[in-house]
Design a binder for this molecule. Structure first.
Ligand code: NAD
Length: 323
């Protein structure tokens, strides 16, 4: 099974359904990546912060060695962590991340969050996380998003990234980037599900020719494993009456309904599971369409409920601004 692709403004084709790698444990990650490739996934969505890029690289290398796939058939995505936003830190950390993946270019490299933190050397702690001391202290860097974007453009010029993009940007940060970008962001990766539909931001991105990737398509489900309070109290999307009714009507699973709702809007999705049968199920989310009645019903489910906020993971008085 293969995912359809979408053409990015960089000229490259990106699969609309990829495989997410957040919270994939180090001991299972290489096998999970291998199995995902075997199931037909070609886009792998990683990040420094996920702490498993070395194991991702092992899975990719094994899949290439076994003849499942060639490097050029894969679309490998990774992200720049906040502590590496200073201009002189961008290229060295990208090179380290490429080495971990055992590849010499990323298909897409994203700014993970639009905020710069003070550099933490990888020999001190890797991945560094949010806190300078690994515990509580937040230390900002004075580097601007414009300066960091310039360094991201340098990665394209050096052939280390084919396309570059942003994540967790809202309209104003995106507008700002578009003012100075010599290379426009190819994609915008944001939390997006029926409880957080991001209608206006999606409209803006589409208008600007930027492809949106929706993460956490199943809403609270991915955050329950993190013991997050607002995820535990939200009604699980896969058990929502409206979604279950659509699943019955289209003879699909609730997960497939949630993924199709996004892909039908032209959004890319990056679900994750450790189970090969579920990998196949999630990739199989293109051969049916939701109808107008379904889409109207889902539109009514908007709650403006965001789970992936730093303040939901730890309390820090000066992190509220990401809300
Ligand atoms: P997810 O889409 O991976 O869903 C997570 C949960 O749903 C898991 O518990 C999984 O077991 C379960 N699940 C998956 N398929 C299922 C199915 N068919 N039926 C029932 N349960 C199923 O959510 P996520 O981990 O929040 O996000 C996906 C990916 O998005 C991440 O792996 C990561 O790559 C990316 N992401 C990016 C950011 C960012 O800041 N850019 C933030 C969060 C996630």
């Amino acid at each position: 099974m293969a995912s359809p692709t979408v053409k990015l403004n960089s000229g490259y084709d990106m699969p609309l359904c990829g495989f997410g790698l957040w919270k994939v444990s180090n001991d299972t990650c290489a096998d999970t990546v291998y199995n995902a490739i075997k199931a037909g996934y070609r886009l792998l969505d990683g990040a420094c912060d996920y702490g498993n890029e070395k194991e991702c690289g092992e899975g990719v290398a094994r899949a290439i060695k076994d003849g499942l796939v060639k490097r050029e058939e894969l679309f490998i995505v990774s992200k720049l962590w906040q502590t590496f936003h200073d201009v002189d830190r961008v290229e060295p950390i990208t090179r380290r991340q490429l080495a971990d993946w055992q590849v010499d270019y990323f298909d897409l490299f994203l700014i993970h969050f639009p905020v710069a933190l003070e550099y933490v050397d990888p020999s001190v702690r890797y991945p560094p996380g949010w806190h300078y001391d690994g515990d509580k202290e937040i230390r900002w860097s004075k580097t601007t998003n414009q300066e960091t974007w310039g360094a991201m453009e340098g990665l394209v010029e050096k052939g280390l990234a084919r396309s570059i993009g942003v994540s967790n940007y809202q309209a104003q940060t995106l507008y700002d980037t578009l003012k100075y970008a010599k290379i426009r962001p190819a994609t915008l990766q944001i939390e997006l599900h029926p409880y957080l539909q991001q209608v206006e931001l999606v409209k803006l991105a589409k208008h600007e020719g930027i492809v949106v990737t929706a993460y956490s398509s199943f809403g609270p489900t991915g955050f329950i494993e993190l013991d997050m309070d607002n995820a535990k109290t939200a009604a699980p999307l896969m058990e929502h009456d409206a979604i279950k009714a659509m699943a019955t009507k289209h003879n699909k699973t609730p997960a497939q309904i949630l993924l199709r709702w996004a892909t039908q809007q032209g959004l890319a999705v990056i679900p994750k599971t450790g189970r090969p049968a579920v990998m196949l199920q999630n990739l199989d989310c293109f051969n049916f369409d939701l109808d107008e009645e379904d889409n109207k019903r889902i539109a009514k489910m908007e709650l403006n409920l965001k789970f992936n906020k730093p303040t939901n993971y730890f309390s820090a008085d000066n992190l509220w601004i990401f809300g």
